[in-house]
Design a binder for this molecule. Sequence first.
Ligand SMILES: Cc1cc2nc3c(=O)[nH]c(=O)nc-3n(C[C@H](O)[C@H](O)[C@H](O)COP(=O)(O)OP(=O)(O)OC[C@H]3O[C@@H](n4cnc5c(N)ncnc54)[C@H](O)[C@@H]3O)c2cc1C
Length: 461
Amino acid sequence: MEVGKERIAIIGGGFAGMTAAYELGKRGYQTFLFERMPELGGLAGTFPIEGTRLERGYHHWFTSDTHIVAQMEELGLGDRVMWISSRTGWFYGGKIWNWVTPMDILSFTPLPLVDRFRLGLTALYLQKARNKLDDYEKITAATWLKKYAGRQAWNKAWGPLFRGKFGKEAENIPLVWLWYKTVLRIGSRKGLTKEVLGYPRGSFQVLIDALENAIRKQAGRIYLGTTVKRIVTENGTACGLQFAEDDPSQAAQRELADGNAYASFDRIICTAPSFATLKIVSELPSDYVAKMQAAKYMAAVLLILKMKQSMSPIYWMNVADRSIPFVATIEHTNFIEPKVYNNKRVMYVSNYLDASSPFFQMSREELFNAYLPHLRKINPDFSPDWVEEMWHFKEAAAQPIVPLNYSKQIPDHRTPLRHLYLANTTQIYPEDRGTNYSVRLGQMIARMVEDDMRSENGRNS
Ligand SMILES: Cc1cc2nc3c(=O)[nH]c(=O)nc-3n(C[C@H](O)[C@H](O)[C@H](O)COP(=O)(O)OP(=O)(O)OC[C@H]3O[C@@H](n4cnc5c(N)ncnc54)[C@H](O)[C@@H]3O)c2cc1C
C-alpha cells in the first residue's frame, strides 16, 4: 500500500495517543484519534480556574524529562518551559519537616540519630547505584529498606508513604520503583539544597492544544467524547473499530464506517489502560492476557481547594501520619506564583487508593468533610471559610503497580493480534509512569508501526 494511504486508529487521547498521532502524521500517515472524554489530555487533562487552566492531578517535570521538553521545543513552546525551585516537606508527629537537603533528614528527630544517618545514606546509595535493574526488581523496597535504612525508618518514614501510595500492596513494591524515583527526584536537585521542577507557563493545556492543532493540520481526525466499544478482528488480525451507541460516538460510526458494521483501519494502537483494553478486545490469547493483568492499578482521588490564604510554605508535603486519610497535600501556588490565579491559593489534597475504597465513592462535600479535621492537624487555623471553590476528580487507572521481576512479564507492544499495538502506562518500566514517558512511548510506537508497515509493504510489493 502507498505510504499515507494506511488508516491508523489510535485509541486514547492522553500524551501517548496524541504523540503517536502527531508522529505518524508527521510521516504522512492518516491518523484517527478516539478519546472517550470530551477533551484531550488523559490523566494530564486540565480544567478552567481563574481565567487559566490547571491539571486535574498536580503535574510537574523533573530535569530528566527530556522527551516532553524537546516536544515543547519542537512545537514552538520552548520559551514556556519554566524551571522553578520548590520545597518538599514531610508531615509526621503533628509537625511539618523540611525534606530536601541532607541536613533536613539529619534534623528528623522522630528517628534516632543513627537511623537518620542510615536513612540519608540509603537514599544517597540508591541515587548513585547503577546497573541494578536485575538485582532491584527481585527484591521489594520494604525488605531492602528495613534491612539497610532500619525498621524505624520504615515504620516512621517510608512505610506510611508506601501504604499511602500503594495501599495493601505497600510491602510488595519492587525496589526498582524506589530506585528510579530516587535517581530522578534527587537528580532534579540543584546542588544539595534545592529541588528544581519544571512546568509549562499556561499549564499542560498549552502542549495539549499545540498537539491537537498539529494533528489537525496534518489532516489527522480527532473524535472527542467517542468511546471505542470493540476492536474488531478477523482471522487473528485487528481490522476495525465499533463505537458506543451514545450520540458523540456515533459521529465516528457515521463518518467512518461507511454504512458497515464497523470502521475499518489498517493498524490500531491502543493506549487505554489494560483493564479497559481487555473490555474491548476479546480474542487475545490467555498468556498475553495474563501479562496484561500482571500490573495492577491504584486509583486516585483529588480534592482541589481554591483558598483565600496559604496552608503552609511547602509545595509538596508527604503525609507520613497514617491516621490522616490522604497521602499528600500539594500546594500548587507554592510552586507557581499565586498571581497566575488572581492571588488565590490552590492546593490539591491527594489520595491513592483502591477503586473499591469508600473515599473513591464519596462526593466532593463528603470528601471535604472527611478531610477537614485532618487538614486542621497540618494547620490548626485552617477553616472552611478559607475555601472559595473546590473541585473533585477521580482516576481509576492513576498508578500502575508492577510485580517483582516485571521485566519478564511486560506485555509486548505488538500484541498477538496482527496490526494491534498496545502502548499504555503499564509498559513504562523501570521508570514510573509520567507524561515524559508517555511522550517517549508515543514516539516509539509510531516508529514501530511505521517500520512494520514498511517491511510488510516491502514484502508485498
Ligand atoms: C494524580 C496524578 C499526578 C500525576 N503527576 C504527574 C507529574 O507530576 N508529572 C508527570 O509527568 N506525570 C504525572 N502523572 C502521570 C501522567 O499524567 C500520566 O503518566 C500520563 O498522562 C499518561 O498518559 P497516557 O496517554 O499514557 O495515558 P492516559 O492519560 O491514561 O490516556 C489514556 C486515554 O485513553 C482513553 N480511553 C480509555 N478507554 C477508551 C475507550 N474505550 N475509547 C476511547 N478512549 C479511551 C482515556 O480516557 C484516556 O484519556 C500524574 C498522574 C496522576 C493521576
